[in-house]
Design a protein around this ligand. Structure first.
Ligand code: FO1
Length: 445
């Protein structure tokens, strides 16, 4: 457990409790940061307290994203209480509200979960400057802690994969249970300022840890057996639909990988195909966001891609759409429009179609820089699993060739990997998908 933890600041470790500042990994079970905090609290015979800072704005998140998260946290609070661990949700400003609350409860140590996003690093930086308490970060999102897997930005999956596979025997283990905490909290009674609740859109998956686990069991029983063959077919329902639960941390990727690799009836090539996405692709995203400070802009794409996109910067664009037209799904392409409408309606888009969706934005934008800005803005505004390292890497892979290779030269997109309407039609029935999408919002009125 200790190899997953690293000190962000070091101070004398005396106080009235151990605090786990929960942020990315919003779950009780299979949470190494929570387990590590309990380990420290047991060592020092101290109560254990979980705190959550609720920010008013988060990278373009909509009210319903906050509602999804909040409902998950309300379930979490009840579950923590059964372990005699109080939960505090502090909203408002980090500096004026959250940090002073932490000072008041006088923790001996503050433990928090790893998140490479810029905003999270800034939050931790503020805390380390304002509060003279040890701050320890635990990576409970990656199976191999991000800073251990590699000490630099990896070029592609092929360079990170062998490093991960070498370390998996050490890190892809079972995860011990949390114990009922023996040292009760004597301080201020738990309180929380829940934000007003927005309604969740139709077809939104149920929030929280229990629903996440149910979705995982369902995928094991149904989807995974067709994963290797059907995962690129949006109509085949062979993908896991777990990404929103990974994003909000309701489900542990390590638990999923451990169960799948020890499952008696799941066979190859489904296991390797799914674990490649779950482990290599996801941990490559954290690697990129952690080591590349321009992870959400033109600056972050590889130089070969900058060169080819620059070379085609002045190519004539047959179609040009600004953000409003794209957002309203008002383009000439019925498949793209169906994707955008489905995204607005459900907050989800099948992985294969996400690539098509983003690549068309490159073709139809006045510049590649604007394409990246618009795609990220729409991604963060509409995807339930948006505002996530996976999302930023997905956009830069699609538009800027990140972690990919050059293809044969084409107008506008240069050597960026092409995806075409006819290419989709070879993979699945485009007309059936468009019809399915139409039915989606027709039926729900
Ligand atoms: N994390 C927090 O610690 N506090 C928040 O108030 C918060 C709001 C939020 C809203 C939408 C969303 O998609 C994510 C949000 N997160 C928040 C972050 C989330 O928990 C994940 O840690 C990261 O987005 C994934 O890296």
């Amino acid at each position: 457990m200790t190899q997953r933890a690293r000190y962000l600041s070091h101070h004398p470790e005396r106080g009235d409790c151990i605090v786990y500042w929960m942020s990315r990994d919003q779950r009780v079970h299979d949470n190494w940061a929570l387990l590590y905090a309990q380990h420290k609290a047991l060592e020092k015979h101290l109560p254990l307290v979980v705190v959550f800072y609720l920010t008013p704005h988060f990278l373009g998140a909509q009210p319903w994203h906050f509602t999804f998260m909040r409902e998950g946290l309300q379930e979490l609070e009840k579950l923590l209480a059964t372990y005699h661990i109080p939960f505090f949700l502090i909203s408002g400003s980090l500096e004026e509200d959250f940090l002073p609350f932490l000072v008041r409860i006088n923790p001996a140590i503050i433990i928090t979960d790893f998140d490479p996003l810029r905003i999270k690093q800034q939050w931790k930086h503020s805390l380390a400057h304002r509060i003279p308490k040890s701050l320890i970060e635990v990576d409970t999102h990656n199976i191999v802690p991000c800073w251990i897997a590699s000490d630099h930005q990896e070029v592609a999956a092929r360079t990170l994969r062998p490093k991960l596979h070498r370390l998996l025997p050490l890190f892809l283990t079972d995860i011990p249970p949390l114990e009922k905490h023996p040292y009760p909290w004597q301080g201020v009674s738990p309180f929380h300022q829940w934000p007003p609740s927005a309604s969740l859109p139709p077809f939104c998956p149920p929030p929280g840890e229990t629903a996440a686990w149910k979705a995982f069991r369902q995928f094991l029983d149904q989807g995974i057996h067709r994963y290797a063959t059907d995962r690129n077919n949006p109509l085949a329902e062979a993908t896991s639909h777990l990404s929103c639960y990974f994003h909000f941390g309701n489900l542990s990727p390590q638990r999923v990988a451990y169960e799948i690799s020890h499952h008696p009836t799941i066979s190859e090539p489904n296991t390797s195909a799914f674990l490649e996405e779950l482990i290599v692709r996801r941990e490559l995203s954290d690697n990129f966001v952690f080591y590349q400070k321009h992870y959400d802009s033109w600056e972050g794409i590889p130089s070969w891609a900058k060169k080819t996109l620059d070379h085609h910067r002045d190519d004539p664009r047959e179609f040009l759409y600004d953000k409003d037209a794209l957002e309203a799904a008002k383009t000439h392409d019925p498949l793209w429009n169906a994707c955008q409408k489905t995204l607005r309606f459900t907050g989800y888009l099948h992985g294969y179609l996400r690539m098509y969706w983003a690549k068309k934005i490159l073709e139809w934008s006045p510049s590649p820089e604007e394409a990246i800005t618009v795609a990220i803005s729409l991604n963060d505004r509409y995807f339930l699993d948006g505002r996530d390292p996976n999302g930023y890497v997905g956009v830069l892979w699609s538009i800027g060739g990140l972690h990919d290779r050059p293809f044969s030269e084409r107008p506008i997109i240069g050597q960026i990997r092409p995806m075409t309407f006819s290419g989709c039609a070879r993979k699945f029935s485009v007309s059936s998908y468009i019809q399915w999408a139409e039915n989606l919002y027709t039926f729900s009125g």
